[in-house]
Design a protein around this ligand. Sequence first.
Ligand code: FAD
Length: 519
Amino acid sequence: PRHLVLVLGDQLDRHSAAFDGFDPDRDHVWMAENATEATHVWCHQQRLVLFFSAMRHFRDDLHAAGIEVAYHALQADGRRDSGPDFASILAADIRRLGPERLIVLEPGDWRVWRMLQETADQLDLPLEVRPDRHFYCGIEEFDDWATDRKRLVLEDFYRHMRRTHGVLMQAGGPAGGAWNYDADNRESFGRNGPGELPRAVSFAPDALTREVIELVAARFGDHPGRLEGFDQPVTTGQARQALADFIAHRLAGFGPWQDALWTGADLVHHSRLSAALNLHLIDPREVVGAAVAAWEAGEAPLNSVEGFVRQILGWREFVRGIYWHDMPDYIEHNALEAQLPVPASYWDGDTDMACIADAMRNVRDNGYAHHIQRLMILGLFAQLAGVHPRLFHDWHMAMYLDAVDWVSLPNTLGMSQFGDGGIVGTKPYCASGNYVNRMSNYCRKCRFDHRRAVGENACPITTLYWDFLDRHDERFRGNRRMVFQIRNLDRKREDPETMATIRRQAADLKTRIAAGESV
Ligand code: FAD
């Protein structure tokens, strides 16, 4: 062939720039299921199903359109795999097919980009990397925006994006008169709970997905996560149905309950669109457009629609910009010098902490947790204990269906663990068990007491919260957004005996986490 167009598992978009000028008579597509990713990284079984199933559906669509695809499927018995890793399978195919040029869309992972470049260089073949139009903001465009700014702040970037793309704008200003309706978006479910929450539309596995489920059961059945119950969208058509379902049933409640937690409420009013978006099964403009249209039609309030748009047009684009702006150095950051491994319960869900247990059940059953479970439960506990941010990122990459390097890394290492020392966020998201109690019902039936930092029933989050502030006191004292917390720490320190007990009890928790014991 003239061109070999490489399509990676998170680039499943027939309209991407990789297909610009594609000539079915002269060009081929190349795709490979990545055995390295499956075997070297301990990875959730549903994550493998999602990627391989969506890739096989995409392959079949290309075939149906008369496009030649060199596709490397993993085999259930493992013996007939095409090669040990991505680079060697690709190199063998390049030798076999003899293309004049390789074409690929900007990969979502810095290391993959480098690996492709090295493979092409070794074979003395041109590699053309095309900009990924899926995103509103290009990599260079973000760099231009970032140049000469003292700090990269989401709010500035988000407003810039709203203006540039004319989203939720009226008469030159923000729709409704404000950029931000966060004050309306901090409800909990109070004492009585949410009642019956809307469920997400469920997609029963078709024959192709069942084939992949059997493959994963046979080869990766000892990997974490539950395989049963996989019901994610794996095609563009299904992703559109999932979007319509969210708009009709959950968007209106998205804003107010954005931060709420409740036992068994795996989704609350969240969209569950991240995996479909990150595999590029659906375009963010379509998602944002549908939410804005719902507001215009009077079907959803502005605080919900703005809150939702902010996640996609703001946060999602912002973290991608930061990733490419700061890689490869970014992954090396460990500002708080955290060294612990990820707690054992993050793999098996086995813990007496009701909040962690509920979030981990969601992760195990669905390869998913909603944002507040990620940030204010699993992320919070890891941060307070001092889990190494890169290990936290590796764990996240393994366990979530929507994890791709560009989005997982800034969220885990940056936003959640403050490992970047304040690039993504301006302060660490740290809180005690009181926060968890206020936003959820977890603490009511928990064996630990969220108010107690010391003693047998002390809440590990509360103990570690004080220890965390105490450890990092010097760094945070100058942060204007931490004044309140530091003042409380100073008050706590007026009782040196309690403080010493907290330190001792925190050290014990950390020793147990380091030893892989259940906490
Ligand atoms: P919703 O709450 O319905 O939000 C709508 C969409 O907005 C999401 O689908 C997502 O595309 C986007 N979005 C929201 N917040 C963010 C954010 N902080 N960064 C980027 N996009 C955002 N998101 C991922 O897509 N992949 C990840 O690997 C990932 N890792 C995370 C790790 C941690 C520790 C934290 C705190 C957050 C992470 N996020 C990640 C962001 C966010 O939690 C998920 O996008 C969201 O929970 C996905 O569920 P949803 O589709 O129901 O989202």
